[in-house]
Design a binder for this molecule. Structure first.
Ligand code: ADP
Ligand code: MG
Length: 634
C-alpha cells in the first residue's frame, strides 16, 4: 500500500445519504445491475478521454489500448473494476462521488414512493449509478487519477456507505479508475468468473470497448502465473455500427437502458444507416414512460452524438424538434468534424438536413407503432401525446403527418379515452359531411353534456371532444386534415352545410323571421353583455347557448392567458336561443319587461355556466333566480 497524504473524512450530501439508504435497504431485487452501472461509468470515462485527447493527444500517455478489466478474489471477497479512461482529480472525486450534482434531486426524492419496483426505475432515470455499488458491497474503494495529472496526484476514496467517506492523495502509476468492491456477506457469488461473465454478457455486450476477465487457470497452483491472462468477454463493437440483422431485440433493449438511464424496455426503436450525400447512422428509441421532467424547460434532452465512432457529446438537442424531445438514442456522423461544438452544431446546414431526416424517421416509427401495435401506441399516447400536440405549431412541414398521429376523445367513444385518430374520424364521415367537428372544454365530464352537441347527437354526427389544456391552442394550428377543415362547434354561426336538407334550411329561415321581434327584445334586455342575439338551430333540449365569435379567443386560451397575467382582449359571446323550447316560448309571451329582463339574464347566465365559464355577477344571478322561485311558490 502506498503512502497516503492529505487524508480527510467528509460527509455525504444529505440527498446521497437518503439514496444510499434506499440502495442498501430496498433495492435488492436485481442486485447484479451494479456491474452494469460501473461498466457504464467506465465506458463514459473512456469516451471522455478519447474526446479530450482529440485536442490534447498527450493525455493518452503513450497510448495503451483503451479497455475495462473486471477481476475478483474469492478469498478476499472482492470484485475489482479497472478502466484507463479519464479518471478523476481529488476535487472531481469529492464532487462526483459525494454529491449528486444533477438538478432535480429534490424532485427525485419527492417522487420516491416506497414501492421498490417504481423506486428502482426512478433511480435509473436520475443516473445515480455509482452508488449502486453499495447494493452488494459494504465497503467501496476507488483509486483514480485524472489523465494529465502526475502519478503523485492519485486519489484514494473509501466509504462504507454510511454517511461519510475518506479521501486521501496517493501514488497511482496508471491513469484511470480502479474500483474495489468488498462484498457483503451473502453476496460472495459475485466473486466468480462465470457469474461475472454472464452478467457482463447480459447487460454490457453492447459496450463499444473491450471488457476483459482473467482467463480461468486449470493447471497446478504452483504453475499459476503471477499476472493472469486476460480475455475479452463482450462483443466490443459499438452496437449501432453492427448490421441490424446481427443485433437481437435484447441487445437493442440493453443498449437503450445504457443510453437512456431507463430501467424499462423501450416501446420501439429504429436503426438506420444513411449513405449518399450525408453519411450517418442513427439509432432512435421511443421510451416506455415519461421522465418526471418532461415539461421542465431546462430538462436534459437530445441524442448522444458521435463522430466517426468517437463520442462527442451528450444531449445534442439540435437533431430533433422540441416536440420529439422524449426520443432517446445516438447519432454517429461521418460528415461532422471531430472538434464540432454546440455553437457549430447550431449553425451547420448539415445538421438541418439530418434533423429533418431524423424527424421523419421518428414520425414513421410512430406511425408503424400505431398501426402494428395499437396497445403499445396507447401507452405512448398516454405518456407523450401532450408533447406531440406541440408538433403542428412547431413543425409546419410535417403537420399532416403529426395530425395523423394525434388521438382524441369523441362522442363515438365512451369514457373520454383518447383513442380516435383523425383517420378514424374521416372514415366514419356521414353522407354529405365534409368537415371535422370538435368541441373544446375543461374536462370530459363538462363537454360530454354540452348543449352544443345536441344537434350532432340528433343527426348522429361524431364530434371530437378536446379537453387538454393545450387543445384550443393546437386547433388554432390545425386547419385541415385529409382535405377536410376543422369546425369548432361552439364557434360562429354553425353551418352544417349539406348535412341540413333544403327543407331544413327553409324551415330555419322561416322560424328566424317569425322570431325577429324576440331577438330585438333580447338584444335590449341583455345589452352590452352580448355581441349578437340569434335563433339557434343546434339545440334540441336546452333553451339557450353562448357561441364564441369566429375570431374570438376561446375560453381555454382566455384562461391560460389570464393565468399568465396577460391582458386578454375583451370579447362578447353570441346568445343563441332555441325557439321551440318551452321556456323560450314563455319568455316570448311575457308582457312585463322587468320579468322579461330577469328571465333573459337567467338564461344568459345558465348558458355561460353550461359552457364552463364563471359568472361575472353570481350574486345577481342568485337573486333573480330566487325572485322567480318565490313567485312560483306564491
Ligand atoms: P452518471 O454516470 O449518470 O453521471 P454515476 O453516479 O454513475 O452518474 O457517476 C457519477 C459521476 O462519477 C460520473 O458522472 C463521473 O463524473 C464520475 N465517475 C464515475 N465512475 C467513473 C469512472 N470510472 N471514471 C471517471 N469518472 C467516473
Ligand atoms: Mg453512471
Amino acid at each position: 500500500m502506498s503512502v497516503e497524504t492529505q487524508k480527510e473524512t467528509l460527509g455525504f450530501q444529505t440527498e446521497v445519504k437518503q439514496l444510499l439508504h434506499l440502495m442498501i435497504h430496498s433495492l435488492y431485487s436485481n442486485k447484479e445491475i451494479f456491474l452494469r452501472e460501473l461498466i457504464s461509468n467506465a465506458s463514459d470515462a473512456v469516451d471522455k478521454l478519447r474526446f479530450e485527447a482529440l485536442a490534447k493527444p498527450e493525455l493518452l500517455e503513450g497510448g495503451s489500448e483503451l479497455k475495462i478489466r473486471v477481476s475478483f478474489d474469492k478469498d478476499a471477497k472482492t470484485v475489482t473494476l479497472e478502466d484507463n479512461g479519464i479518471g478523476m482529480s481529488r476535487e472531481e472525486t469529492i464532487a462526483h462521488l459525494g454529491t449528486i450534482a444533477k438538478s432535480g434531486t429534490a424532485d427525485f426524492l419527492k417522487n420516491l414512493s416506497g414501492d421498490q419496483k417504481k423506486d428502482s426505475s426512478l433511480i435509473g432515470q436520475f443516473g445515480v449509478g455509482f452508488y449502486s455499488a453499495f447494493i452488494v458491497a459494504d465497503k467501496v474503494e476507488v483509486f483514480t487519477r485524472r489523465a494529465g495529472l502526475a502519478a503523485g496526484e492519485g486519489v484514494h476514496w473509501a466509504s462504507k456507505g454510511e454517511g461519510e467517506f475518506e479521501i486521501a492523495t496517493v501514488e497511482k502509476a496508471e491513469r484511470g479508475t480502479r474500483i474495489v468492491l468488498h462484498l457483503k456477506s451473502g453476496e460472495e457469488e459475485f466473486a466468480d468468473g462465470w457469474r461475472l461473465r454472464n452478467v457482463i454478457k447480459k447487460y454490457s455486450d453492447h459496450i463499444g470497448l473491450p471488457i476483459e476477465l482473467p482467463k480461468e487457470f486449470h493447471g497446478e497452483e504452483k504453475d499459476k502465473p503471477a499476472e493472469p491472462e486476460w480475455e475479452v468477454v463482450n462483443r466490443a463493437s459499438a452496437l449501432w455500427t453492427r448490421p441490424r440483422t446481427e443485433v437481437t431485440d435484447e441487445q437493442y433493449q440493453e443498449f437503450y437502458k445504457h443510453v437512456s438511464h431507463d430501467y424499462d424496455n423501450p416501446l420501439s426503436w429504429s436503426h438506420n444507416k444513411v449513405e449518399g450525400k450525408l453519411e450517418y447512422t442513427s439509432l432512435l428509441y421511443v421510451p416506455g414512460r415519461a421522465p418526471f421532467d418532461l415539461y421542465q424547460r431546462e430538462a436534459p434532452r437530445g441524442l448522444k452524438l458521435y463522430v466517426q465512432r468517437v463520442f462527442i457529446m451528450d444531449q445534442a438537442d439540435e437533431f430533433l424538434p422540441l416536440y420529439l424531445r422524449f426520443i432517446k438514442g445516438v447519432v454517429d456522423s461521418n460528415d461532422l468534424s471531430l472538434n464540432v461544438s454546440r455553437e457549430i452544431l447550431q449553425k451547420d446546414p448539415v445538421i438541418d438536413s439530418m434533423k429533418s431526416a431524423l424527424t421523419k424517421r421518428v414520425l414513421d416509427m410512430l406511425e408503424k407503432l400505431a398501426k402494428n401495435e395499437p396497445e403499445q401506441y396507447k401507452t405512448f399516447w398516454k405518456n407523450f401525446g401532450q408533447v406531440l400536440k406541440e408538433g403542428p405549431a412547431e413543425d409546419f412541414a410535417n403537420k399532416e403527418k403529426i395530425a395523423g398521429l394525434l388521438r382524441f376523445a369523441s362522442t363515438a367513444e365512451g369514457e373520454g379515452e383518447q383513442v380516435v385518430s383523425l383517420g378514424d374520424y374521416v372514415s366514419r364521415l356521414k353522407e354529405g359531411q365534409d368537415k371535422i367537428y370538435f368541441l373544446t372544454g375543461e374536462s370530459y365530464a363538462q363537454v360530454k353534456n354540452s348543449p352544443h352537441l345536441e344537434v350532432f347527437r340528433k343527426k348522429g354526427i361524431e364530434v371530437l371532444l378536446l379537453t387538454d389544456r393545450i387543445d384550443e391552442w393546437l386547433m388554432s394550428y390545425l386547419t385541415e386534415f385529409d382535405g377536410k377543415s376543422f369546425i369548432d362547434v361552439a364557434r360562429g354561426d354553425l353551418d352544417l352545410g349539406s348535412l341540413d336538407s333544403e327543407e331544413d334550411k327553409k324551415a330555419q329561415e322561416e322560424v328566424a323571421k317569425s322570431k325577429e321581434g324576440l331577438v330585438e327584445r333580447l338584444k335590449t334586455a341583455l345589452g352590452e353583455q352580448v355581441a349578437e342575439v340569434r335563433v339557434s338551430h343546434r339545440l334540441t333540449d336546452s333553451p339557450a347557448i353562448l357561441a364564441i365569435g369566429e375570431q374570438d379567443l376561446g375560453l381555454q386560451m382566455r384562461q391560460i392567458l389570464e393565468a399568465s397575467g396577460q391582458k386578454v382582449p375583451d370579447s362578447k359571446p353570441i346568445f343563441e336561443f332555441n325557439p321551440s323550447h318551452p321556456l323560450i316560448e314563455k319568455l316570448d309571451a311575457e308582457p312585463d319587461e322587468d320579468r322579461f329582463g330577469d328571465l333573459s339574464h337567467i338564461l344568459f347566465d345558465q348558458a355561460a355556466l353550461a359552457a364552463g365559464d364563471s359568472l361575472k355577477d353570481p350574486a345577481a344571478y342568485v337573486q333573480r333566480l330566487n325572485k322567480l322561485l318565490v313567485e312560483l311558490s306564491a
